[in-house]
Ligand binder design. Structure first.
Ligand code: NI
Length: 311
């Protein structure tokens, strides 16, 4: 996913877990890693309550931060894959969690000490009619293809994640390849999600990663991943924290035409909200995050903004 609107959450807590060398090696080889626990039972129960409230109150909708990932423009009916971008901006109690402290520490072990928070989101796959998340690479979502990205996403389910309710699935080793060609599902640019062309990889090599509540999977920006539909009676909620080192401008030009074609309703709502003064709220959130005090991050932010402006 794109990191244009960072979460405003300084990280204060102390980590309680550390990756061992074999886990770091396995992540580098396969592009993903599974941990049985990254949070506590009590914290996960609290997070479930918070996210159920944020989704039922539809917070962030007017800002273009809450939407149906697979919904089509003008389509009525219940959402099938709800997403909330940067939930911490709507629930300050998310700032100080064991999950966040552990996730940052793990990200720094994998990416180096300069890694910092990039973006976070929550996903609600409703009971019985929750849709599949199509096969994709996260880097394909980045709006500006002309930076080199180095990112990890840490995906934690808030109840058990199983094959039946849509646990994560990965194709090992795809982290070593390039960004594959993506498209909007059904070639409909009003759909937010992206999918890879299924002929460009071997989905039979996919490894499903069932998890207990509060466990996690960790994946790199190019690791191909998918999550199936939710066929159970319980909503499948997941909370994802993404980290990165400050992206650097690429030497060779690169294009992600699938993003240039996008015409989503949430992006239209975001543009309208920014014009109404939301842009100042965004600057405030970036300030709180410390994005303007890290020189490398600042360079990326200014370059990206300038490139978007002069496009
Ligand atoms: Ni993804």
């Amino acid at each position: 996913m794109d990191a244009t609107a960072p979460p405003s959450a300084p990280i204060t807590g102390r980590p309680t877990i550390n990756l061992i060398e074999a886990q770091i090696r396995s992540f580098r080889e396969d592009g993903f890693l599974v941990l049985p626990a990254i949070s506590t039972d009590a914290e996960v129960a609290k997070l479930r309550e918070i996210f159920d409230r944020l989704f039922s109150e539809n917070v962030g909708f007017k800002e273009g931060n809450q939407f149906d990932l697979v919904g089509r423009s003008g389509e009525s009916g219940p959402p099938r894959l709800k997403q909330l971008i940067n939930p911490v901006n709507y629930a300050p109690e998310l700032r100080d969690t064991v999950f966040r402290a552990n996730a940052l520490s793990i990200a720094r072990q994998l990416l180096g000490p300069e890694a910092g928070p990039a973006f976070e989101h929550a996903i609600l796959k409703p009971a019985r009619h929750g849709a599949a998340t199509p096969w994709h690479q996260d880097e394909a979502h980045r709006f500006d293809a002309n930076f080199d990205y180095n990112q990890v996403s840490i995906w934690m389910p808030l109840q058990e994640a199983t094959l039946e309710n849509g646990c994560m699935q990965y194709v090992p080793g795809t982290n070593h390849g390039e960004v594959l060609k993506h498209r909007s599902p059904g070639d409909d640019p009003t759909v937010h999600a992206l999918e890879t062309d299924p002929t460009t990889f071997d989905a039979t090599k996919a490894v499903p990663c069932p998890l207990p509540p509060g466990g996690c999977t960790i994946h790199a920006g190019r690791t191909l991943h998918y999550a199936g539909p939710n066929n159970t009676d319980i909503p499948r909620r997941a909370y994802i924290l993404a980290f990165e080192v400050s992206p650097k401008l690429r030497e060779a030009e690169r294009k992600f035409p699938w993003n240039e074609e996008k015409r989503t309703d949430d992006e239209a709502r975001k543009r309208a909200w920014r014009k109404r003064g939301g842009v100042l709220v965004e600057v405030g959130r970036k300030l709180r995050q410390g994005f303007f005090t890290d020189p490398k991050r600042l360079i990326f932010e200014v370059r990206r903004a300038a490139r978007a402006f002069f496009k």
